[in-house]
Write a protein that binds this ligand. Structure first.
Ligand code: AFP
Length: 294
């Protein structure tokens, strides 16, 4: 089944928006091969090439503006929320290429999208949908519109074909721990040691979207915690934590900033950072329990 068929029951504007984003991601995917650059360098013809993440940002902005569906657009690459004179009223958050420092070494990166009705400076649990496209050996698109989490794979004809419907996060013993151990806060260290004593194995690639995708399928937990000197952590609430948290929560998992659900946090600014724990409910409950007892 193709993506547009799968979305047949969905609100027609939301359906058009998801399809439009999927189409732009196909363009981005082609850019990896044709642009062959990960920084502002000259190509073989002596032409200046824009870094792929900045280029992906421009392509997404242009396509979303042209769609007429989006009024507010917040991008990790932009300092302010863009506002379009549009008939539609969707608010979209995007990380055009998460993990972009891995492009040069050919590891998986992705595009992360959150979808709101109206402004995006709202708690994540008000999203009407979220999705991500992972550019790995296969290009996959995973979406939710609060009716399950579904995954599609890009075939050789350029169609996103249903690969797995109603994904549920299983139990699993992998963990993806960001930040330096010597800078962990006490509660976090205790939690990490608890996971290690239970035999959790490390799987951390440097691409949040790829690491969370693995956890969605294999279980376990990803974290980029707050740490000494950077108590708010590294990842962004609007662009990374909320959309991926929304997908994982819809698949039966959970997300936390260490003491509560990330999806209930009212953003204070567009570039706000937040400590993140995302994955299985059991692991998330454990960090909250440890932190609350401390
Ligand atoms: P880039 O998009 O700049 O490569 O950052 C990726 C990221 O935001 C996230 O995808 C990774 O999980 C995290 O940073 C890795 O951070 P460290 O380099 O500090 O491990």
């Amino acid at each position: 089944m193709k993506l547009d068929e799968h979305l047949a029951e969905c609100d027609s504007d939301l359906r058009r928006l998801i399809i439009a984003i999927g189409n732009t991601c196909k363009t981005i995917k082609k850019g990896f091969a044709s642009r062959q650059s990960c920084s502002d360098t000259e190509n073989v013809y002596g032409e200046k090439q824009m870094a792929l993440d900045k280029w992906a940002d421009e392509v997404l902005i242009a396509d979303l503006k042209a769609s007429g569906l989006v009024k507010y657009l917040a991008s990790e690459e932009q300092p302010e929320i863009l506002e379009f004179d549009s008939a539609g009223n969707f608010g979209v958050t995007m990380d055009p290429l998460d993990g972009s420092s891995l492009i040069g070494v050919n590891l998986a990166v992705g595009t992360i999208i959150g979808i709101y009705r109206g402004n995006v400076l709202a708690p994540g649990n008000t999203m009407v949908g979220a999705m991500y496209v992972l550019y790995g050996p296969l290009t996959t698109l995973t979406y939710t519109v609060k009716k399950g989490v579904h995954e599609f794979v890009l075939d050789t004809s350029g169609n996103f074909i249903l690969q797995e419907e109603n994904i549920r996060i299983p139990d699993g013993k992998i963990f993806a721990p960001g930040a330096l151990r010597k800078e962990y806060l006490p509660g976090h260290l205790k939690w990490i040691e608890a996971l290690e004593s239970e035999g959790y194995k490390i799987r951390f690639s440097g691409s949040f979207v790829a690491d969370v995708h693995q956890i969605l399928h294999k279980g376990g937990v990803f974290t980029y915690p707050g740490y000494r000197g950077k108590e708010k952590g590294k990842l962004r609430l609007l662009f990374e934590a909320n959309p991926m948290g929304f997908v994982v929560a819809q698949a039966g998992g959970a997300t936390s900033h260490g003491t509560g659900d990330i999806l209930t946090v009212m953003p204070e600014s567009v570039n706000q950072r937040i400590p993140i724990y995302i994955g299985g409910k059991r692991e998330i409950q454990l960090i909250e329990k440890i932190n609350k007892e401390a």
